[in-house]
Design a binder for this molecule. Structure first.
Ligand SMILES: Cc1cc2nc3c(=O)[nH]c(=O)nc-3n(C[C@H](O)[C@H](O)[C@H](O)COP(=O)(O)OP(=O)(O)OC[C@H]3O[C@@H](n4cnc5c(N)ncnc54)[C@H](O)[C@@H]3O)c2cc1C
Length: 476
């Protein structure tokens, strides 16, 4: 019964949220040839225009500058925000990401990782995830599983700065314009045509290109102009972030995540004294947390990390039976666990909150256009996968395009674009589904659901090959 009602809810949400967002943005959309003549403010023609210079768009530009074939392309990166001067401060930024091994490999190949290491990053060598509604937990340790670090915590602005530094020192086929608000697009209609995309800037400038890449984030205007279906819903949740000062200094290479009924609270290590918070909770609660005086916010956080939530007797009985059975058959029973750190205080004014939503573009490509990063897919941050998926897009896009050009194919040939789309969707869609299932499973407080997820977690924790499989998918 329960599964039927959950299914109905899911189907209803899908029906409500499938939106055909595509209106080709400029009025003469189908007659692009009429605009190919330079107009008054025509500013230039490029092989590739990347719309959006966030972490994913900048990484793509860097990868294109470093690839021996793609570095012959004339590329323009348009970023709407100003080019802020970066200075590494003693205080950590409140915006951090957990990066996986695949991202490390990509960034190392671009010489970006070395620059991040020179600034700062923190390796995660152990991760513990536990359920507040039962005794179930799962842990991942680098020594047991990967013989390498589980993840790396890096501030968004440190990573972006490292990418931009590398971009500046690479081959000069990339032009970057900051403060460049794009107002609309006019896209070609047919595959493999010679018709170019037109990019209309808010200040009246226009550019043309053969290949347009939408790296313009979750509200992507490129995606809207493509007219593809976009499946999306809001979680009515926000991620509250802050920089935390720990009560005691320690090695601090553990990432902690406690699932409480309102959502997960993650404490990610920064250095021996500090960690970064991502507290996912309902919108009203998030707003309240932001308004609390800082000392009361810390009390609320320590409470959420340590508080004993009401537990069902049946769940307790079955999970303790599972623990003893696991012990009897010689499997890890999850009884040995580490205790999370206590928080002393937060770095003043480091709190902020970000809305959380799901988004999936059914197509990543259209004639002469490709989507990457959050423009194509958006996930709940509970598994720390969002930007890692975007960096995976960058790696696969550059490989597919470079191979295609090496074989003499055109820059907008459907063959490489379809390869890119299918390769990425084969990875991204199952990841999105898994994250969505976890979110749904852990925001329900009904006894049978708590029971099923707790026993599931205990058994997963006991089976090393299964944990290895999860980690290798999360790392790729
Ligand atoms: C609380 C929280 C925690 C997270 N933690 C993690 C984590 O641990 N690990 C992880 O992998 N991911 C994490 N994520 C997800 C991650 O932050 C995103 O996936 C990532 O920022 C997406 O990068 P992007 O470059 O695709 O898009 P964005 O960062 O949105 O960049 C898009 C860029 O396009 C520009 N742009 C948009 N429109 C225009 C326009 N019209 N004209 C010109 N420029 C434009 C914007 O200015 C922006 O710079 C987290 C997200 C949240 C909210």
């Amino acid at each position: 019964m329960l599964s039927n009602s959950v299914k109905r809810l899911f189907v209803r949400q899908i029906k409500c949220s499938i939106r055909t967002t595509g209106v080709r943005s400029l009025s003469a959309a189908e007659d692009v040839t009429s605009l190919t003549k330079p107009v008054e403010k025509f500013k230039g023609d490029y092989d590739v225009i990347i719309a959006g210079g966030g972490m994913v768009g900048c990484t793509l530009a860097c990868a294109m500058a470093k690839d021996s074939i793609l570095s012959n392309l004339k590329v323009l990166l348009l970023e709407g925000s100003p080019n802020k001067e970066f200075k590494l401060k003693t205080d950590y930024s409140n915006r951090v990401v957990a990066l996986n091994q695949n991202t490390k490999t990509l960034m190392t190949s671009l010489d970006v990782w070395q620059r991040v290491e020179k600034m700062r990053l923190q390796p995660v060598r152990y991760m513990q995830v536990w359920d507040a509604s039962s005794d179930a937990m799962i842990s991942f340790s680098s020594s047991e599983l990967l013989d390498d670090d589980v993840a790396y915590i890096v501030e968004n602005n440190v990573l972006l700065h490292a990418i931009n530094q590398e971009l500046a020192s690479s081959k000069n086929n990339i032009s970057i314009i900051y403060d460049a608000k794009i107002a609309g697009y006019q896209l070609p209609k047919q595959d493999n045509s010679r018709v170019k995309s037109h990019v209309q800037m808010a200040n009246g400038d226009t550019y043309t290109c053969q290949l347009l890449i939408g790296a313009d984030g979750a509200n992507s205007a490129v995606r809207k102009a493509m007219g593809v279906q976009y499946l999306s819903w809001n979680y009515d949740q926000m991620g509250v972030v802050a920089t935390l000062n720990l009560a005691e200094e320690c090695t601090n290479t553990t990432a902690w995540q406690r699932w409480i009924p309102s959502g997960p609270i993650a404490i990610l290590p920064l250095d021996s004294k500090r960690s970064s918070l991502v507290w996912c909770t309902w919108q009203d609660h998030a707003q309240q947390l932001l308004k609390l005086p800082e000392d009361q916010f810390v009390d609320a956080l320590n409470d959420a990390l340590w508080k004993q939530y009401p537990r069902s007797g049946s769940v307790e009985t079955v999970t303790s039976w599972t623990t003893s059975w696991l012990r009897r058959v010689g499997l890890p029973d999850g009884a040995a666990r580490q205790l999370p750190p206590s928080i002393r205080n937060i770095t003043p004014n480091s709190r902020a909150a970000f809305p959380l939503a799901f988004g999936h573009s059914t197509r990543y490509i259209a004639p002469g256009v490709v989507l990457i990063g959050d423009a194509a897919h958006r996930v709940h941050p509970l598994a720390g996968q969002g930007v890692n998926l975007g960096f995976g897009d960058v790696a696969d896009l550059t490989a597919a395009l470079s191979n295609a050009m090496y074989s003499g194919l055109d820059i907008t040939h459907t063959a490489w674009m379809s390869t890119y789309e299918s390769t990425r969707q084969r990875h991204n869609v199952p990841t999105q589904v898994m994250i969505e299932m976890m979110h749904r499973l852990y925001t329900v407080d009904l006894m049978p659901v708590v029971l099923a997820r707790s026993v599931g977690l205990q058994i997963t924790n006991a089976l090393q090959p299964l944990k290895k499989m999860i980690m290798s998918h999360a790392a790729s």
